[in-house]
Design a protein around this ligand. Sequence first.
Ligand SMILES: Nc1ncnc2c1ncn2[C@@H]1O[C@H](COP(=O)(O)OP(=O)(O)O)[C@@H](O)[C@H]1O
Ligand SMILES: [Mg+2]
Length: 220
Amino acid sequence: MIRLDNIYKAYQVGDISLPVLRGITLTIEEGEFVSIMGASGSGKTTLLNLIGCLDSIDEGSYFLSGEKVLGASSDQLAGFRSRHIGFVFQLFNLIPRITALRNVELPLIYAGISSVERKNLALEALENVGLTDRAHHVPAQLSGGQQQRVAIARALINRPRILVADEPTGSLDSTTSQEIMRLFQALNQGGMTIVMVTHEEEIEKYTRRIVRLVDGNIVS
Ligand SMILES: Nc1ncnc2c1ncn2[C@@H]1O[C@H](COP(=O)(O)OP(=O)(O)O)[C@@H](O)[C@H]1O
Ligand SMILES: [Mg+2]
């Protein structure tokens, strides 16, 4: 499903080019649950953003579901994202002034789906993460774990084939983290391909495969 071959990525800061990924080769099959681990600054987020088509690759090749990603325009990258990928972030990235239901509906608004259908799909998505009774709460009225569930419901609303999560438990206590990981496990058992960045050894045991990064290289 994901096939990266000899990927290089550098950031330009002023006149300086900062190499971050130095020849990443990685294949992820449909239905896998993979965690990417490594020290802070090792390139985990950069790699995840490339997998998620959020940023452009300098060199190498990337095929996502058989489609060539390298060289795609920003519109084409947006198309890959909306067709294939759901995103979950450490800080949830919910919009504070609108309810859980409206947050989950948002991707459907951009997809041009009618308001009745949006509401039904969003309620169904909230039910899938166990939050039916919190649909009309705004984020500040929810616990961290509940906010992350809303964010997961939002990530799933477009029926992506891949869930990409960057330290999804990084802001949660350990009990809540385990709940979120069990939710990911259930999604994975339902067929979802999941690629997750974490630096918590406790969390990594939930995934079936661990990719370790050191200074922009995969070491195991
Ligand atoms: N947009 C950016 N511009 C310049 N440097 C960046 C940018 N994003 C990340 N970096 C640098 O790239 C390196 C890897 O960052 P990152 O992928 O975020 O690592 P990790 O997620 O493993 O902590 C770090 O040295 C970081 O400072
Ligand atoms: Mg990071």
